[in-house]
Ligand binder design. Structure first.
Ligand code: SF4
Length: 324
């Protein structure tokens, strides 16, 4: 699969699209940084259809380290607050070869309050955990959906997925002073018992649990599990909280996220703009264009790279621009 490298000379801004760069969704001190779209797993229920067996993605992106850090500093200055930085991805953040340097660069900038990553944990080992802690990583959110050996392989779509090794990794994370959150996706009717076992494991090793609601995405991979309503999902959380005497429901204000400026929204819905096509989109049929120092995903576009085209902004939710 082709990997498109995005660097300073590319002329591609790192704001405006979902698969790479920086996402600033709200008037608060939290941002997401996405360095790569690559993933080493093939989860049966992957909401982004990532991984080597992806149906929809024929390319991947990777952003050069210095360029990403330059944009991080730019965004941090616009937001005028020390930031909680989520190093996440539409794939697996640790597939980024310079992940450690990324953590280090963010920490050394003095512009972050907290650095968190979201990972499947497969690429972590004791040495990496120690280095990540030393260089400033504060928290790991680890996707763990079962403690059963065979089910683990099936869920992650990997014959060599080893849940026992992941459990050891969890223990090392806590031992080395990185806050650990286990973040299983609750698949009603599929991993109910597994979720209970994960809660008991979290209690035992002093980790937290942030259960995720299963949602079927149009372009994601789906599994035969029921999609609960939010009401039912929270009832389930409360029921499990009582049963295990373990906190599972968290309110926004418990995460110490402060109010902050938001990166300016530069386009309005229905605005007519001229963009220069710069990249193939992450989904086929799409292109990524550039205008006003932002990337814009252009739907149903067959124009060549470097073409100038007139498009209309269809949405700008969370600073992610879609045009047609
Ligand atoms: S769910 Fe996460 S780990 Fe699994 S394939 Fe998708 S991006 Fe990769």
């Amino acid at each position: 699969m082709e990997i498109i490298k995005i660097d300073k000379n590319s002329g591609i801004p790192l704001l405006g699209v979902l698969p790479f760069g920086i996402i600033d969704r709200y008037h608060n001190s939290m941002i997401q940084i996405r360095a790569t779209t690559l993933c080493n797993a093939n989860c049966e229920f992957c909401s982004t259809d990532a991984g080597v067996n992806s149906r929809f993605h024929k390319i991947n992106y990777e952003v050069e380290l210095d360029y990403l850090l330059e944009w991080f500093e730019y965004v941090a200055k616009l937001k005028k607050e020390k930031l909680t930085v989520f190093l996440d991805s539409v794939g697996e953040p640790l597939m980024y070869a310079k992940f450690l340097e990324l953590v280090k660069g963010i920490k050394e900038s003095g512009l972050s309050e907290r650095i968190v990553t979201v990972t499947n944990g497969i690429l972590l080992d004791k040495k990496k955990i120690i280095e990540l802690k030393k260089n400033g990583l504060d928290q790991i959110n680890l996707s763990l959906h079962t403690l059963d050996y065979e089910k683990g392989k099936k869920f992650f779509g990997m014959q060599n997925y080893d849940v026992d090794k992941i459990k050891e990794t969890c223990i090392e994370i806590v031992k080395n002073g990185i806050e650990l959150w286990l973040v299983p996706v609750y698949l009603p009717g599929v991993n109910d018992k597994d979720i209970e076992e994960i809660i008991l494991f979290a209690k035992e090793i002093n980790a937290k649990v942030g259960l995720q609601k299963y949602e079927k995405h149009k372009m994601g991979r789906k599994i035969k599990a029921k999609e609960e309503t939010f009401f039912k999902f929270y009832r389930k959380l409360e029921e499990l909280e009582k049963k295990f005497d373990f906190k599972l429901v968290y309110k926004g204000n418990e995460f110490k996220i402060k109010k902050a400026e938001r990166v300016p929204v530069v386009f309005e819905n229905n605005e007519k703009i001229q963009a220069i096509v710069k990249l193939e989109g992450w989904y086929s049929g799409q292109k990524i264009g550039v205008a006003k120092n932002r990337c814009v995903t252009i739907l149903d576009c067959d124009k060549g790279i470097n073409s100038r085209i007139n498009v209309i902004i269809k949405s700008h939710t969370d600073g992610i621009y879609l045009a047609k």
